[in-house]
Ligand binder design. Structure first.
Ligand code: GLC
Length: 252
């Protein structure tokens, strides 16, 4: 079992959003490189993520999770994980799109944001009831899906069991890093999946209400925004003795 810690962080609105805060994060990270491995997890796809890494001079990641968990790149092994998403038998992007095309309140996102395993729309202020109705409709047609709604606007429909959380768990297990050594960070609904895997979580200060409402002993709510919030959370989790944190978690 590896003794390094792993940070799995969202980009837009989490590490990205305030360049000065990011610069501070980067200078801190230079000292920690050997003990803290980084993975970026975004709703965007590889090319666009790599452009951001370059543009903002982000630290080199050990892995990249794209498309809200639908695509995993293990950069330590130098490969895209081939057998992911794992549940594909009951998924057809075409069938999902056909159903959604009949719903007036949904507008398909631009092509470069879509893939065979990620069907995404813009839909303002969708309610829990509307989302549940959509899920039932897809289910009745044999489509086993995972529905992720973020920022009161972005609707992602993915194969069942696929989200940023299950992708994060896949990578940490592949690298034999125990859940108690994994720290996740995010700001919106598509990050919520990462907060229920037994990992330590950081919710940045500027997070949307849907992520702010995620509570628990393993969730740290930073006061600071963007990368400064991530840094605040990392100092919190890495500062406390690990064994004590695990005990505290088990006590609840
Ligand atoms: C990113 C993606 C978009 C997705 C959203 C929420 O903005 O580009 O497709 O809907 O994240 O997951």
């Amino acid at each position: 079992v590896e003794q390094v810690n792993l940070l799995i962080s969202d980009l837009d609105g989490t590490l990205l959003g305030d360049q000065r805060a990011l610069d501070e994060f980067k200078s801190w990270y230079v000292q920690k490189e050997d003990e803290l491995r980084i993975v970026y997890s975004s709703g965007r796809f590889l090319e666009s993520i790599c452009e951001s890494i370059e543009l903002h001079g982000l630290p080199a990641p050990a892995g990249i999770i794209c498309g809200v968990g639908t695509e995993i790149h293990d950069l330590m092994a130098g490969e895209r994980v081939a057998d992911w998403p794992s549940c594909r038998q009951t998924w057809s992007a075409e069938a999902v799109r056909a159903v959604c095309a009949t719903i007036d309140s949904l507008e398909e996102q631009p092509r470069h944001l879509l893939s065979d395993f990620k069907v995404s729309y813009y839909g303002d202020d969708l309610t829990e009831i509307e989302l549940a109705r959509l899920e039932r409709k897809l289910e009745s047609l044999g489509q086993d899906v995972s529905i992720v709604y973020s920022s009161n606007r972005d609707l992602d429909i993915l194969p069942a069991g696929t989200n940023k959380g299950t992708a994060a768990r896949f990578l940490s297990e592949r690298w034999s890093i125990g859940a108690d050594r994994v720290i996740v960070a995010g700001d919106t609904g598509n990050d919520a999946g990462m907060f229920c895997c037994g990992f330590r979580g950081i919710v940045v200060g500027n997070a949307r209400p849907e992520l702010k409402s995620v509570r628990g002993t393993n969730v740290y709510h930073a006061k600071l925004h963007f990368a400064a919030g991530v840094l605040e959370g990392l100092k919190h989790w890495l500062g406390a003795p690990r064994a004590a944190r695990v005990t505290a978690d088990q006590a609840t």
